[in-house]
Write a protein that binds this ligand. Structure first.
Ligand SMILES: [Zn+2]
Ligand SMILES: [Zn+2]
Length: 275
C-alpha cells in the first residue's frame, strides 16, 4: 500500500511538531505544504484516516531515506550509492549515530512507561481530571523512538545493498559483522518498545494514542491492544514488577550490544583506512 491510499490531518501533525523533522531537526517552511512529510510509525492501519498519534513530521531527505517505495524518485536526492570507502564509512557512522539516538529514546520511553502506574494512580487520588501532559509526552517519546528505529532499519537495508564488487573481502566481512550487531540491537530496541507499550495495555489504555481502551481495538486510533497474557499473575492482575525488570534487562542487553557495535565500527574504520 502506498502513502497515497491513506489520509491524515497533516497540517495538525506539522503544527504539533513545529514543522521540524523529528529525526534530523531540519526546519521546514511553514508556508510551503510540500516542504515537510509525514511518516507513520508503529504500524497503524493504513486504510482511511491515520490518527495523528501515529504520524511524525520528517523532512524530505529523511522521508526519502525511509521510503522503500519505488514511487520515490531517488535520483533527485542526496542518496549516493555506497561505492567508495568514504561513503561507506560515513554511512556506517551515521547508522551508529542513529542507533545511539534510538537507545537514548528507548530508555526515555521505557522510563516514562514504567512510571505511568504511579503517575496515573497519583493523579486519580488527587482528583485531577485528564492527564493530558502525560499523554502528550508519552505519544511524543513513542513516536521518537519508533522513528529512530525505522530510520536505522532503512540505513541497515542500504548497507545490505552495497556494491559487493567495490570492496575487498576483508571490508565486506567487517561490514557484515557490523550489520549483524546492529540488527541485534534493532531487535532488542523493538522488544523494549513492545514491552513498554504492554504497560499501557495493563493500565487499560491504548499504547498508541493513550486513550482509555474498551475491547481489543482502540476506537480512537484503531490500533489493536497489546497482548498482556504473558504478563498476568495467576489472579489476573498485571505482573508489573516482572514486566519492568524484563524491560530493564533488555536495556542492559542494548548497552552490551552497543559495545560490540562500537568495536565492529572501529574494526571497519581500520579496514577502510588500510591500503
Ligand atoms: Zn530530517
Ligand atoms: Zn488509540
Amino acid at each position: 500500500m502506498t502513502s497515497r491510499d491513506w489520509q491524515a490531518d497533516r497540517r495538525a501533525v506539522f503544527d504539533r511538531d513545529d514543522h521540524t523533522c523529528r529525526h534530523c531537526g531540519a526546519v521546514g517552511d511553514a508556508t510551503d505544504p510540500t516542504d515537510c512529510r509525514t511518516h507513520p510509525v508503529g504500524a497503524p492501519p493504513l486504510d482511511g484516516t491515520v490518527h495523528e498519534s501515529a504520524l511524525v513530521t520528517v523532512c524530505t531527505d529523511c522521508f526519502v531515506s525511509l521510503s522503500s517505495s519505488p514511487s520515490v524518485d531517488r535520483s533527485s536526492t542526496s542518496l549516493e550509492p555506497l561505492t567508495s570507502r568514504e561513503t561507506l564509512f560515513d554511512h556506517v557512522r551515521e547508522t551508529t549515530r542513529t542507533q545511539g539516538g534510538a537507545i537514548a529514546d528507548a530508555a526515555s520511553f521505557a522510563s516514562l512507561a514504567t512510571s505511568l502506574p504511579t503517575t496515573l494512580a497519583g493523579a486519580e487520588t488527587a482528583g485531577e481530571p485528564a492527564t493530558d501532559d502525560t499523554g502528550a509526552e508519552y505519544r511524543r517519546l513513542r513516536r521518537d523512538v519508533l522513528l529512530a528505529i525505522d530510520i536505522a532499519d532503512a540505513q541497515l537495508e542500504r548497507l545490505g545493498s552495497i556494491d559487493e564488487s567495490a570492496f575487498d573481502a576483508d571490508v565486506r566481512s567487517s561490514v557484515d559483522a557490523f550489520a549483524a550487531s546492529a540488527t541485534d540491537l534493532q531487535s532488542t530496541l523493538r522488544t523494549v518498545v513492545d514491552r513498554s507499550e504492554t504497560v499501557l495495555a495493563g493500565l487499560g489504555r491504548c499504547h498508541g494514542c493513550f486513550d482509555a481502551l474498551e475491547g481489543d481495538r482502540c476506537s480512537t486510533c484503531r490500533l489493536e491492544a497489546r497482548e498482556t497474557a504473558d504478563w498476568e499473575r495467576a489472579d489476573g492482575e498485571m505482573a508489573l514488577e516482572r514486566l519492568f525488570s524484563a524491560i530493564n534487562d533488555e536495556l542492559q542487553d542494548a548497552s552490551t550490544t552497543t559495545e560490540a557495535l562500537t568495536d565492529r565500527a572501529t574494526a571497519l574504520a581500520a579496514r577502510l583506512s588500510d591500503d
